[in-house]
Design a protein around this ligand. Structure first.
Ligand code: PLP
Length: 404
């Protein structure tokens, strides 16, 4: 296609008058409908230990909810806290607790220069937490099996201000990267100048497979314990994209010392979580097999949408120099790479054609993609027909922006 053809097709696309918001990876209404039974599931309010779920208490979650997440995360229930509906809120609070109170046996971070390592591209809301709390962020490039570990090991060994690192170990947002066993064991074993260094292990997409292969990632809490750094990793997960986004249940898992630390500080801010929702979730999902069955239904809805994006991108962008996109085996995103300097313009042109995308640069700390190349594509929310159209519009916008 010549540039004139591209321009004509883009103009024709604009005339369709599409209005699509693809800025976030939200579940579609059809996915939310899968959880219909969740809402009519509660027969009785008594938990396994006799707790009346309607009343205050249960700071670390109902025993059966801790057991469910323990089974899902492959950790003892005693090392799991189930609290609230948002894992992001638990991440935020665990950082705030470090800032205000310090980790067990350590001084608070507040008032000192604090740095987090941020594998890029990464999740914009992780970076927003750091920015809001005054934590400096340092980019670490992502490779095929996880972050560049030579760089990570060097940085954490020499800089005691590096207190944390964001990790989305499976089907990362947005690159779909899955951490290799070697990366997990190096993260667990590496020497850090800061004795209270923490891995913020966001397992948001642990169950969210798109392909037939169900990839697994090594157990970071066990690896850290085996390496003599039992308190290093804090794992986060939720059912936001298993049941209901915003009305699911969220969990944190770590060493016994970190769980006790969490309980001490979180009990100041609440007399107990919503245990009705926990009970309802346990009765609906039951166990790991129950979760896997629900996730297969999500996969059936999501996979064709990812395939539609790949097909349109291949048709319009295949073979164009400097353009590539990821083919994730799970998660919610495709990372589209434009030639250097073209991502912002592509997003702008897509918006003019009625498609709202995540702002270019959002997958980088401070919103700055040094090469202006990455665009996060979120295929989940639009209908199958819409997503195909949108992918074509985005691809045409990219070719126009790149002049290729
Ligand atoms: N972590 C990652 C990597 C995500 O992509 C998202 C949502 O898109 C979340 C966390 C949000 O999780 P929650 O709904 O449990 O707060």
């Amino acid at each position: 296609m010549t540039q004139a053809d591209i321009a004509a097709q883009y103009q024709a696309f604009k005339q369709l008058g599409l209005k699509l918001d693809m800025s976030r990876g939200k579940p579609s209404p059809a996915q939310l409908d899968l959880a219909e039974n969740l809402l009519s599931r509660l027969d009785g309010y008594k938990a396994a230990d006799g707790t009346d779920a309607r009343n205050y208490g249960g700071a670390v979650g109902l025993p059966e909810a801790r057991k469910l997440f323990g089974e899902l995360l492959e950790l003892p229930a005693e090392q799991v806290v189930v609290d609230g509906a948002s894992s992001l809120a638990l991440m935020h609070d665990s950082i705030v607790f470090n800032l205000l109170y310090g980790a067990p046996g350590h001084t608070p971070w507040v008032g000192k220069p604090i740095t987090f390592l941020c594998p890029v591209p990464g999740y914009d809301r992780h970076f927003a937490i750091c920015e809001a709390l005054g934590i400096k962020m340092v980019n670490v490039p992502m490779g095929e099996g996880g972050p560049d570990m030579d760089l990570v090991e060097r940085l954490v060994a020499e800089d005691a201000s590096i207190k944390g690192m964001w990790c989305v170990p499976k089907y990362s947002n947005p690159g779909g990267v899955v951490y290799s066993d070697a990366v997990v064991s190096r993260l667990a074993a590496m020497k850090t100048a800061a004795p209270d260094f923490r891995l913020f292990w966001d397992d948001a997409y642990r169950f969210h497979h798109l392909g037939e292969r169900k990839l697994t990632v090594a157990n970071i809490v066990a690896a850290c314990a085996a390496a003599g750094h039992a308190d290093r990793a804090i794992v986060f997960a939720s059912t936001s994209k298993i049941t209901l986004a915003g009305a699911g249940i969220a969990a944190l898992a770590s060493s016994p010392a970190n769980v006790a630390w969490w309980q001490k500080h979180s009990s100041v801010r609440s007399i107990g979580p919503d245990k009705i929702n926990q009970l309802r979730h346990v009765r609906y999902l039951k166990d790991a097999a129950g979760v896997a069955a629900v996730m297969e239904q999500h996969r059936q809805l999501l996979k064709p949408k990812f395939d539609a994006v790949h097909a349109q991108f291949q048709a319009v962008l295949g073979g164009i120099e400097g353009v590539s996109w990821t083919h994730p085996e799970g998660g919610y995103f495709i990372d589209l790479l434009t030639p250097p300097g073209c991502a912002k313009r592509t997003v702008e042109l897509a918006r003019e054609a009625g498609i709202t995308l995540t702002p270019a640069g959002a997958s980088f700390p401070y919103g700055k993609d040094p090469q202006d190349r990455h665009i996060r594509i979120a295929p989940s929310f639009p209908s199958l027909e819409e997503i195909g159209q949108a992918a074509r519009g985005i691809a045409l916008a990219l070719r126009l922006a790149a002049g290729k």
